[in-house]
Structure formats: C-alpha cells, structure tokens
Design a protein around this ligand. Structure first.
Ligand SMILES: Cc1cc2nc3c(=O)[nH]c(=O)nc-3n(C[C@H](O)[C@H](O)[C@H](O)COP(=O)(O)O)c2cc1C
Length: 178
C-alpha cells in the first residue's frame, strides 16, 4: 500500500510538518512527500494527504503568496521563501480535480491563537472535497501551530508524526483515525 503527502509551503513549516506526517505514515505504508506543484499520479496511491498554510483564514492564493514574499523581503523577519512558493498550490490543485482521491485527509498550519481568529487552511481543503467533490476524509483534519514569528511550536512535529501514524493505522486496519 502506498501513500502520498502533498503540501504547499511559503516558509518551510508546512513542509516540515508534511515530512513528519510522512515519517509517521511510513511505519505502515510506503510513502512519498512532495510539494503539490511537483504533480502526482493520484491513482498510484491508496491514501492522499494534503496540507497548506493558513492565509487570510483559508487557503493561500496568488495575492497572499505575494504578501508572504513581502514578509520574507524584510530582513528583520528572518524568513526564507521556499523554492516552490510561487508555483500553483493546494487551492489550484483542488480546482484541477474532477474527482476526489479514494482515501484522503487534510492538514494545515496556522498561528497559535484561537481557531476562531486564525481560520484554518485544512477546512478549505475539506470544504472543496466534501461539497464540490462529494467525498469524506478518512480522518478528522489536523492543524499544526506556528508562533507569531513563524516558527513551529514545540511538540508540533511529534504531534504530526503521531497523526501520520494514526492515519497509517486507519488505512491499513480500517480503524477510525484519532
Ligand atoms: C499573507 C499571510 C496571511 C496569513 N494569514 C493567516 C491567518 O489568517 N491565520 C493564521 O492563523 N495564520 C496566518 N498566517 C500565518 C501562516 O499560517 C503561517 O505563516 C504558516 O502556517 C507557516 O507555514 P509555512 O512556513 O509553510 O508557510 C498568514 C501568513 C501569511 C504570509
């Protein structure tokens, strides 16, 4: 059984979370972790996990990616843009799908403030899959936290690894994921 973790990332945090989810999944299935812009043959994978950073409460779009580049241009922010930052991201990938993957789960990253103020990119992924492609996830979405200075909050990589493990267990044993 194989799984693929597809991500979009401006500053690297969502990439690191994607890799940790992949680590957790790899206890159960063969797994690849790739930027969503690299493309993937979804039919080759029994599980597709997809994630993005939260921008303006939801999925990044071209204007918010431009804003991210402006943040990174300020040397005081100490942010480095990912090589794929301006390539089409998860929003565009979702728009290109005519059917949902057979089994999928969504994750996001967002700032560590109450969700009601932060929004959540994973909810944007779920909305598109559920309401337009009429498909339900194999597990509840997960959102991982960064500080207001765009560093991963302590413990989030472990939590991502654990979420990946629970997804792997869910798809291989058909148990509900935690
Ligand atoms: C233009 C822009 C808008 C953002 N808007 C939000 C937001 O509405 N809510 C939130 O929690 N975080 C917001 N953030 C913070 C991002 O969620 C955070 O930078 C991201 O999770 C880090 O992931 P990355 O390193 O993979 O880009 C925003 C960041 C940028 C650059």
């Amino acid at each position: 059984m194989t799984a693929i973790v597809l991500y979009e990332s401006m500053f690297g945090n969502t990439r690191e979370i994607a890799r940790a989810i992949g680590d957790g999944l790899s206890d159960f299935v063969d797994v690849q972790v790739k930027p969503v812009s690299a493309g993937a043959e979804l039919a080759d994978h029994e599980l597709v996990v997809v994630g993005a950073p939260t921008h303006a409460h939801t999925l990044p779009q071209p204007s918010s990616r431009e804003d991210a580049a402006k943040w990174a241009a300020d040397p005081e922010q100490h942010l480095v843009l990912e090589p794929d930052a301006f390539k089409p991201g998860v929003r565009e990938w979702l728009e290109s799908l005519s059917t949902a993957p057979t089994a999928w789960a969504a994750f996001g990253t967002r700032v560590d403030i109450p969700r009601i103020f932060a929004g959540d990119a994973s909810a944007g992924i779920e909305r598109r899959m559920r309401h337009q492609l009429h498909s339900r996830p194999v597990a509840e979405s997960a959102c991982f936290l960064v500080t207001t200075k765009n560093a991963l909050v302590d413990g989030e990589l472990d939590r991502a690894r654990e979420w990946g493990r629970s997804l792997g267990q869910a798809v291989t044993t058909r148990q509900p994921a935690r």
